[in-house]
Each structure stands twice: as structure tokens, then as C-alpha cells.
Design a protein around this ligand. Structure first.
Ligand code: AHN
Ligand code: ZN
Length: 330
């Protein structure tokens, strides 16, 4: 677990959390019904096709043609499903002195409502596969089918579902740029600030003045075959009640093999900046694995993070859970 960084953020709220499942006998019922709430079926083939489309541009590395084309693709599709889309441009300095041009893409449903939640992920690719087992590959960019495209594919299908049936509450789908441009070696404490540059910008300059939301769910590496979502530590400390609710819903609707009630490490990710600057509790729904050196999904920051590692059934488990959470909120 040596790559986990321990963020010290003094403004975090604390909440008590009991991680025991409320119902240990979740069934394979994927109709996803809560009394009185009809939840549409998340289309996994649709989500998968959006992952394929992104990956087909090539690695979406900041500054590249693929990055520019993919931003246009995502924002055009989102505009077709949502009338309130903002493409927020930002310029951020990277750890290596480079100035990066970023685009955060925000689709807002019922923007006038104060009662709202955030569903977010990052869309761009890491420029270096610095954890590839083969040293020759470590300067190559990452396809980022999982660490990038998977979360976006899911949120695009969520947007398409919302276009057919709006949730009761407001929802912001926020696709961050410039998440994955952190320094190539493990530089332990102090390197946190070089990750999540797009979310740092948005959290300090939200697309709406005085922006707030009840809570957020961040997706990170949510498409691999056999993914395991452990209870990420910073989320547990600061948004334990949200984490419990999401895990309970996932388990209730049949996804207990993905959503494990097992504590994972603490991850420096976009959620910490939303909590720090906007004081909104956010959980990280992230593929963690205790059996890898990194603690992450086995192909994390390698050239093997490509389409072959993606399974539409994992997209379904996460997407159906997000729809059930969203339509269940009053
Ligand atoms: C660190 O490696 C410090 N954080 C991982 C955040 C991340 C990168 N998630 C996906 N890619
Ligand atoms: Zn990454």
C-alpha cells in the first residue's frame, strides 16, 4: 500500500460509521426497486460503447489532439442529453512546470434546486505508464480505458437515462480534467497537490456562484472485470454515512461481489479537494485491491489499462447503483 498518500485536511467533518451490512442476503434482483420508486434499467452496452468511443481517440493526454477531440466528443454528447452543460476551461501548472490547458465538463439537471448531489469522475489519460512491469513501457501514455474512460462511460449513460426521466432532486455530473498528471514516482507526503488539478480548480471556482450540494460520489477505475470496491479510508472518515448508504444499496440490488464491506487504504483523489474547498462530503468509489503492490486495480498506470480489461457487467453494477441512489433521493 505504499502509494497511498495520507491527506491531512483539517476542515474535514467527522461522522461515525458502522460498516456492517444491514442485509447479508442480497439477492440478484436487478430490477432495482425501492418501494414507490421506479428505477430505469442502466444499459451496460450503451455505457460500454461510450468507453470504446473515448479509447478510440487514443490516450487523452493533456495537450494532445486526442485530448482535444475527446473533450469535444464528451461535451457534444452531454449537450444532447442535458440542456445545462458548462465547459469550464482552466490553466494549471503541473509538477514539472508545464502549463496544462484543462476542460471540466459539467452537466446539471434541475440547476435551480438547492437539494442536489454530485456524481463525478475524471476523463483524461495519464501521460506515463510509470507502473508498467516492463521498464520500456514506462514513458508510454496510458490508454486509460479504466482509469478515465470507464467513469465517463457510466456517467454518459446516466445522463442519457436522466434525459428520459429526470430525478426528483438536482444532480450535477462533473467530469474533471487534469486529474492524473501527478509526479511519476512515489513522492509520498507533499505530492497530493499535483493530483486532481481540474477538481482543485473547479472546487475553488465552481461553475455556479455559492455552489453547494448534499454530497458527492466520485468514480475512479470502475470498469474492470471482477472489480472490487473497498471502503476507501478518507471517504470513510469524512463521509461514512454516504459510503454506508451507497454500499447498502449496491448490496441490496445484487452487487455484493463488487461492493465489499472491507476497509481499503486512503487515496489522494478528486474527492479530497471537493471536501477541502467546498465542504461537501464526497466518497471515492474506487477499485482497490489488497493483493497488488500499489493497492489499486492491477493494471493501474500500466499499458495494460486498455479495453481488454473492461467488463460491461462492472459498468452495470456501478451505473445501476448510481441510478438507484439518484432516483431514490427526495
Ligand atoms: C495517487 O497515486 C497519489 N493517487 C491516485 C489517484 C489516481 C490516479 N486515481 C487514478 N489515477
Ligand atoms: Zn490514474
Amino acid at each position: 500500500m505504499k502509494y497511498f498518500l495520507f491527506a491531512v485536511i483539517s476542515t474535514f467533518l467527522f461522522s461515525c460509521n458502522n460498516t456492517a451490512p444491514k442485509n447479508g442476503s442480497a439477492t440478484a434482483d436487478t430490477t432495482a426497486k425501492k418501494p414507490g420508486v421506479e428505477v430505469p434499467s442502466f444499459n451496460k452496452d450503451s455505457a460500454y460503447s461510450y468507453v470504446v468511443a473515448q479509447v478510440s481517440f487514443g490516450p487523452r493526454v493533456p495537450g494532445s489532439k486526442a485530448h482535444e477531440k475527446c473533450a469535444a466528443y464528451i461535451s457534444e454528447r452531454m449537450k444532447s442529453w442535458c440542456k445545462d452543460v458548462v465547459v469550464q476551461k482552466c490553466r494549471m501548472a503541473a509538477f514539472n512546470g508545464k502549463l496544462l490547458e484543462g476542460k471540466n465538463i459539467i452537466a446539471s439537471y434541475k440547476p435551480g434546486l438547492k437539494n442536489r448531489i454530485i456524481l463525478c469522475t475524471h476523463w483524461e489519460s495519464r501521460p506515463w505508464a510509470d507502473h508498467d512491469p516492463d521498464p520500456k513501457n514506462r514513458n508510454k501514455p496510458v490508454d486509460a480505458a479504466n482509469d478515465g474512460a470507464s467513469g465517463v462511460g457510466i456517467l454518459m449513460e446516466v445522463a442519457r437515462q436522466f434525459s428520459m426521466k429526470e430525478p426528483t432532486i438536482g444532480v450535477d455530473l462533473v467530469l474533471f480534467d487534469l486529474e492524473d498528471y501527478g509526479p511519476p514516482q512515489d513522492q509520498s507526503n507533499g505530492a497530493d497537490k499535483w493530483w486532481g488539478l481540474g477538481s482543485q480548480y473547479w472546487a475553488q471556482n465552481p461553475h455556479v456562484k455559492g455552489y453547494s450540494a448534499r454530497y458527492g460520489i466520485l468514480l475512479d477505475m470502475v470498469g474492470a472485470a471482477g472489480a472490487t470496491f473497498l471502503l476507501e479510508g478518507i471517504s470513510q472518515q469524512n463521509a461514512g454515512d454516504i459510503q454506508q448508504k451507497v454500499w447498502d444499496i449496491a448490496n441490496r440490488i445484487g452487487y455484493s461481489s463488487y461492493f465489499l464491506y472491507e476497509r481499503g487504504g486512503m487515496v489522494t483523489d478528486d474527492h479530497i479537494f471537493i471536501m477541502k474547498y467546498l465542504n461537501i462530503p464526497v466518497i471515492d468509489l474506487i477499485h482497490l485491491d489488497k493483493n497488488t503492490d500499489s493497492g489499486f486495480y492491477p493494471y493501474w498506470h500500466t499499458t495494460h489499462d486498455n479495453l481488454e480489461s473492461i467488463d460491461a457487467n462492472t459498468l452495470k453494477a456501478v451505473g445501476q447503483t448510481l441510478l438507484t441512489v439518484s432516483y431514490g433521493e427526495k
